[in-house]
Structure formats: C-alpha cells, structure tokens
Design a protein around this ligand. Structure first.
Ligand code: AHG
Ligand code: MN
Ligand code: MN
Length: 329
C-alpha cells in the first residue's frame, strides 16, 4: 500500500488558513527548509569534500570558526535574504545584525546555523536552530532585541538525522521526519511526558565542580534518579529531552579553579540557543529558567550575542532545580 504522509508545508498551510493568516510566514519557512536541506547536504558530504575542519578564523565569541560554520551561515543568509520577508537576522557567526529587507520585511530571525561544533569533525549530530519574531505593525519598532516571549515560532533541525521540530505560538510543538524526496513529513505533537521513568539529566559533567555549591548539592542528591545523557550539541540533547522528559542544563560556571575561566552568565547564547529551545519547551508543556530562576522567555536581550545559563525541560524538575539554586549552600 502506498502511504502519503502530510508534509510540513501542508501542515503549515492548513494552520495559516485556519487562523486567517497571511502567506508571508509560509514563504519565510520555505526558505528555512531550503537552507536546512542544503546544510544537511554539505554536512553529509563534509568528510569527502574536506569541509569538516577549521576555517582559520575566530568569531565574535572568540571561538575557532569551522568551515561548516561558514558554509551553514552563508546558506542560511542566502535563503533568508532571498525570501524578501526578513528585516534583519542575528546570526551566531556575525558580529552585528544582518540588514536584509529593512523596509518591506516582516520578520526578525535569530539563528545558530551550526550548533554543536565539537561533533563536526566526527560528522556526528549537530543542529540548526532558529527563532522568529514579527515586525511590530502597530507601534514603534523595537528592532531586533526581542525576548523569547515575543517569538512567533522557533525550531531546530538535527542534522544529518533528518528530524525537524518546530513550535508555533500557542499551537504546540511538532516533530517531522525527512522522507525519500526530502520533504519533512508526518507531524507528531511533542508533549513532555509526566512519568518520571523516562526522564534524563543532561549536562557536561566535566564541569560539575565549577557549578554553584547549591547546584552541586542538588546533583549529588538527585541525579542518580535519572538516566544521564550528553551529546554536547544542545539541539541533539534537547531533542532527547523533548521526547523522554527530564532536564538539560548549561549552568553558570562560578567555581572554576582558574577564576579567569568562570562564566557567571553561562555559555549558551540567549537569542538563538536558549530562547529558541525555551520557546519550544514551553509549547511542549515544559519550562526554562536561568541561574536566577527567571523564565528565559522574559529576559530582554541587551545585546544580540548575550549569554545566559540555561535549565530546560520538564516543569517539575526545572522548578525543583530552580528552588535548589536559590538556597544558600
Ligand atoms: P556552538 O557549536 O554553536 O558554539 O554551540 C555549542 C554549545 C551547545 O550546542 C552545547 O550544548 C554546548 O555548547 C556544549 O558545550 P561543552 O562542550 O562545554 O559541553
Ligand atoms: Mn550553538
Ligand atoms: Mn553554532
């Protein structure tokens, strides 16, 4: 029997029609899908073409740039700009927001074109993360520094696994799988499971002793209740948490033996890593907070590349860790 699964584009068309929306968001999403498929192609052929190594430069965050960071960034920039719908884009790989269609554009896009760099030399899973906010059509424009709460959509492709997960504001979080003809198909609604049996804890355990003593205490007392998994790419680690439940964390580094290496604001970037996954997590019934237990979605960025600590996942577990963080050890 032939089987025809619903494609992401059909799913979105129906959604937009049902809510009497314009077609602009469809055009934007079409460009994002094109970018993801092209990145996937370059990644799959990366080892053969010698594209998995260093590019030889350092980015705005002071990190070594990989050839794949550059390729993926160029691909996303090209498609976003061609859509004609983007006012400005904030990319992890560009110092300043990229001007696109300043007058006629409708959306701001925040993206990390290649998430999980340590996996790149091995061709292991990486991510392409994006968040979308809309031009303020009624009042004065506040430009691109939007809190996650004002995103209208956020999503991630886990490359090269062929999975795509997207959350639409007040319409849930949905997962799609790539088919034989490169369509993302078969929407499955993602809701974090309530049953703790499958829950997982995910963090870089090599950093454990650099965390606040309150967090170290919580980990020592509680982490063995759950399975431990860590891939080292937020997109992949969060992909598991969305299915199995539990918590992903990239905490503040405050007790490093070399104080110069402390990162009180954590490592992950607010606009295109933390707020993107937080938005998705909320739409799946979960929660995301920072080191001060503030909802990530409420944090208004002051700069495009601002960092934040991140605690992300099943609401009861994130609340439990947040309560522990506020206790003096
Ligand atoms: P990027 O490759 O875009 O710089 O992001 C890497 C991030 C994120 O994907 C991951 O969760 C985290 O860095 C891993 O950091 P550690 O290697 O310190 O665990
Ligand atoms: Mn990243
Ligand atoms: Mn990146």
């Amino acid at each position: 029997m032939l089987q025809f699964e619903q494609t992401f584009m059909d799913f979105l068309l129906e959604h937009q029609e049902r809510h009497n929306r314009t077609y602009h968001f469809l055009i934007l999403m079409n460009s994002i899908l094109n970018a993801a498929k092209r990145i996937q192609h370059y990644y799959l052929t990366g080892a053969l073409r010698g594209n998995l190594g260093l590019a030889g430069s350092v980015n705005v965050q002071g990190e070594n740039v990989l050839k794949m960071d550059e390729i993926a960034n160029d691909v996303v920039k090209h498609y976003l700009s061609r859509s004609g719908r983007v006012i400005q884009a904030v990319s992890e790989e560009e110092d300043v927001p990229i001007d696109m269609n300043l007058e006629g554009g409708r959306y701001f896009v925040y993206y990390d074109p290649m998430d999980g760099s340590s996996n790149v030399p091995h061709n292991l899973p990486v991510g392409f993360l994006f968040g979308v906010a809309k031009r303020n059509l009624d009042g004065p424009e506040d430009l691109h520094l939007r809190p996650g709460r004002s995103y209208i959509a956020a999503g991630m492709f886990v490359i090269p696994t062929g999975t795509f997960t997207i959350a639409l504001r007040q319409a849930g979080c949905w997962r799609f799988h790539i088919d034989e003809i490169q369509n993302f198909v078969k929407p499955t609604r993602m809701t974090l499971p309530e049953n703790r049996k499958t829950w997982e804890v995910s963090y870089n355990s090599a950093n454990r002793e650099t965390y606040s003593s309150a967090l170290q205490k919580w980990l020592a007392a509680n982490e063995r209740k759950y399975a431990f998994r860590y891939l080292g790419a937020l997109a992949g680690d969060f992909h598991r948490i969305l299915t199995n439940g539990g918590i992903f964390m990239y905490p503040a580094i405050v007790n490093h033996p070399d104080p110069k290496k402390n990162r009180p604001s954590g490592k992950l970037r607010l606009m295109y890593e933390a707020a993107v996954t937080a938005f998705m997590c909320h739409e799946a019934g979960g929660l995301a907070v920072d080191e001060q237990a503030r909802s990530i979605l409420d944090v208004v960025p002051e700069t495009p590349h601002q960092r934040t600590a991140l605690y992300l996942g099943s609401a009861p577990l994130v609340q439990e860790v947040a309560a522990a963080l506020s206790q003096k050890a």
